[in-house]
Design a protein around this ligand. Structure first.
Ligand SMILES: [Zn+2]
Length: 72
């Protein structure tokens, strides 16, 4: 029988293209609530819409801010 069966198969894991859509947006306009990790937008409705800043890079959404007693 012919035993010349050396099969070279490509590895299943090749280099994958980086999808820019899967990268979380860390722009200046998007922050994260420090309590519930909800993404908050600073772009529009800067105040009174749900983003409360309590530190240099610390933000609360309106709900969490009121829960922790930050807002009254
Ligand atoms: Zn929150």
């Amino acid at each position: 029988m012919s035993s010349s069966a050396i099969q070279i198969s490509a590895p299943p894991s090749g280099p994958r293209p980086i999808e820019p859509s899967s990268v979380p947006d860390l722009t200046l306009d998007i922050v994260r609530c420090s309590r519930c990790q909800q993404s908050l937008s600073l772009a529009s409705h800067s105040t009174a819409s749900g983003v409360v800043q309590f530190g240099m890079n610390s933000y609360y959404c309106h709900r969490c801010a009121s829960k922790v007693g930050f807002l009254r």
